[in-house]
Design a protein around this ligand. Sequence first.
Ligand code: PEP
Ligand code: MN
Length: 575
Amino acid sequence: MITAAYQGTFGAHSDVALRAHFGARGEEVETVGVATFRDVAAAVLSGAARYGLLPIDNAIAGTFRDGYDLVAQYDLRPVREITWRMDHRLLGLPGATLAGLRTVEAHPIVLEECGRFLATLSGARAVPAADTGIAAGDVAKGGDPRVAAIAPPQAAERYGLVELAANIADHPDNFTRFLLVEAATEATPAEGFPRRTSLLFATRHEPGSLAKCLAALADAGVNLSKLESRPRPGTSWEYTFYADLDCDAAAPGAKVALDAVRALCAEFRLLGSYDVAGEPDAARRKAAPSTAVSAAPAPAAPANGQAKNYPKASRPTRPVGTRVRVRDVEIGGDTFVVIAGPCSVESREQLMATAVAVRERGAVMLRGGAFKPRTSPYAFQGLGWEGVDLLAEAGRATGMPTVSEVMSVDQVERMARSVDVLQIGARNMQNFDLLKAVGKTLTPVLLKRGLSASLDELLAAAEYVLAEGNPHVILCERGIRTFETATRNTLDLSAVPVLRERSHLPILVDPSHGVGVRRWIRPLARAAKAVGAHGILLEVHPNPAEAKSDADQALTFDDFAVIMQDLASIPAFDD
Ligand code: PEP
Ligand code: MN
């Protein structure tokens, strides 16, 4: 059994990250919680634990210098980098309500990371705690429903708490980089991942000395993935630099460059080279081969349409694609999700039967329209708020997050309280006031492509949402209007590779509306997965002949099962 020390108590992020890391490797781990990061180093040095976990930086809060300093001070050997998404949930006692909260406890950095959400809890005071696990334990022990904690979902199970809110970090890509360290013995063999090297150095107090160090690295084609400075204790105006390089220090080019840097420095500490096994770095993994320092030029930038209209949505802003989290469902990356449900919510029976059926067959999110944009004013217009409530009820009953269309600005606030994802329908893709209104929430938005909108117009529409501060946008290709009349719309699957290139946002395909004819949905669902969509949206009805909207494209439960089986045999697209 592997032992690994971390700072905190059961349910702290470090603890959860360690379990996930070793779990994914099929290795059993016993985690040992200690009080401080120094204690983590001590546990490793004394042999009380084989490994220790030290944070080195966080996407929002920046560098944890303690992590680097302890590795240097105690000569610990970094083995692997673990990148962990900090999944912050607001946890309280059963029966607690957001409005009733008076105190929210969390680690001070976590409070910082969730600042925007906390500001919406006007009645509650933020109180720092030693770590997230302790905060959750305090809430459970205290028995006061006015007190809540921010902690990972695993802490809810452990301490018998319920989730009052999810997705509460200011930024969805809230990653912490940890180093897994061991006592300095022989180097652990590399496992074929890309390698990274960390070092601390202090340049001489002479003009151009940092520039010369950087030039030595650049000349050898070594990519510097991080450089941060802080004043050196006891010396004025001299700085220690914390640097990470995308290479192994022993690679031939890197070795020469590092020797040159060493010669230019007053102080130089190579902390070591390690595997980058962290999951969100798949893109970088490809860019940085493990055995050699890459001096190859970057590929030519792809033609990027009207990117000036959508700087926030454009791919170069976030080369590693965005993943939108909806409760415990993640959309983006290399997972493929299926969202299913009726076109319209018609009754409790119809919706519950569909929800249970699609859940059993592998759907992860429930759709259902309550406000319907119909071509004719005499067609069924949806059940309105009654439908929204039924959808929320069915989502709770089956444990699925929900998505429903919001048609007007005045519906946004109430809809965001009831459903997990706000759908902007094709007919509203350029309803700019509506886009701004959903942009002011932090609820994920499913933005469908307009019937005659170009891909650049779709991305500019997404930009409206992002520009207001809501980063959780999912794009959806649902068919466009062309001269072809054989199908309801023309499903433009070429949108998927183009959007993947132009934007970092996740992309869904809706073959139901795209083709409009039940029997053609199956081949197009397969194609959507093969072409690289992050998921599909399907309309399913217990009795399609009686569906009050979009009856021709409604799938039976059996049709849906066949499609799900089909999809299982198509490999997920490698990002
Ligand atoms: C729907 O999802 O039911 C719908 C009306 O979609 P669209 O806006 O793509 O037509
Ligand atoms: Mn529909």
